[in-house]
Design a protein around this ligand. Structure first.
Ligand code: CMP
Length: 139
């Protein structure tokens, strides 16, 4: 059965642009409920751990630098089929390929500075939710 939560981060590029509110509006308009939320700047160690699956990729160091360059908004979102519905809402990783009306089409700059993160599987949604939030921080 498809899971009901996904983990998002509004990334430093979108925070810097002042579009946190616009993005949260799109998320809630699409029927997602916010179960946890926090605004903070990840340390290098945290970003390295979060993106450990990409450790061997050529963009890994740049990605870690970018993700620690300013604060992010991390949130747990709940909805039926949360992972796949959220990935539809945010659009393709590369904003040049993202469909009209998606968050990345509207706000992302390029494949790295792509405005938002969304979990890519139910298992990763659980892992990523636990990465950012304790049980006491979930509602
Ligand atoms: P995200 O979905 O958060 O997860 C991995 C991130 O790595 C991705 O968003 C992009 O920010 C980044 N990324 C993926 N592919 C590339 C690439 N080819 N070049 C640079 N950054 C990338």
């Amino acid at each position: 059965m498809a899971g009901n939560i996904t983990l998002t981060m509004i990334k430093p590029d979108a925070v810097q642009k002042g579009v946190i509110g616009n993005i949260l509006q799109m998320i809630t308009d699409a029927g997602f409920q916010i179960r946890a939320m926090k605004y903070y700047q990840m340390t290098t160690e945290q970003a390295q751990q979060f993106y450990a699956v990409h450790k061997e990729r050529p963009f890994y160091n740049d990605l870690v630098s970018f993700m620690t360059s300013g604060p992010i908004v991390a949130a747990i979102l709940e909805k039926e089929n949360a992972v796949s519905d959220f990935r539809k809402l945010i659009g393709a990783t590369n904003p040049a390929e993202a469909e009209e009306g998606t968050i990345r089409k509207k706000f992302a700059e390029n494949i790295e500075r792509n405005a938002v993160h969304g979990s890519d599987s139910d298992d990763n949604a659980q892992i990523e939710a636990s990465f950012h939030f304790s049980q006491l921080e979930r509602f």
